[in-house]
Write a protein that binds this ligand. Sequence first.
Ligand code: ATP
Length: 216
Amino acid sequence: MKKQFVVIGLGRFGTSIAKTLYSLGHEVLAVDESEETVADIVEHVTHAVQADATDETSLKALGIRNFDVAIVAIGNDMQASILVTLMVKEMGIDYVVSKAQNDLHAKVLYKTGADRVVFPEREMGVKVANNLVSSNILDYIELSEDYSIVEIQAPSEWAGKNLAEINIRAKYGVNVMAIKRNAEINISPTAVDTIEEGDTLIVVGENEDLGSLGER
Ligand code: ATP
């Protein structure tokens, strides 16, 4: 479904989000106070506008309240980031994602109305670190502090065995959600589904269990 996004603050993070959403076919309004930054992105989004987002009148004039999602990607100016988060939420945007610099900033953003707060550098750091220590782990989504979903290369000793024979759930405490084989994906594997050499598995579980699986 096509959605309408407004991205406010076009640093590296905001720019990357805006361009990606647009390339995925969504409508994207990109806003920054720097004219130069706006000129750089204009061909990669639906609309790009130069405005100071802390100015309520300018925000209202952009019709912000009609958007489904707002991404507040203002970095260093904490005051602006908090003020803009508060205003877009009050204007009635359903889902507001704001970028935080530190834990206190995050707390204030949640209190002022952010539905989700992100720490791009920190989250990427966690991902890359996990990737480095677990050679089998291809990708990683954190569900909570304790649980994650990971994509792993199936260990070669599992090849030719089905899920019941490997006894993954009992032995490793994790669940296989999907098996990817070339272009095909089985999203509801059962006990009798067999693993083949080169398969990729999508696995959900506790981080500790997933970690030991990744180090295999
Ligand atoms: P990144 O790490 O994503 O590159 P950053 O954390 O260094 O970004 P900044 O460079 O401080 O973030 O801000 C990102 C963008 O937000 C800048 O392009 C800046 O012009 C813009 N910006 C800052 N304040 C405002 C504002 N009040 N209204 C609109 N844009 C703003």
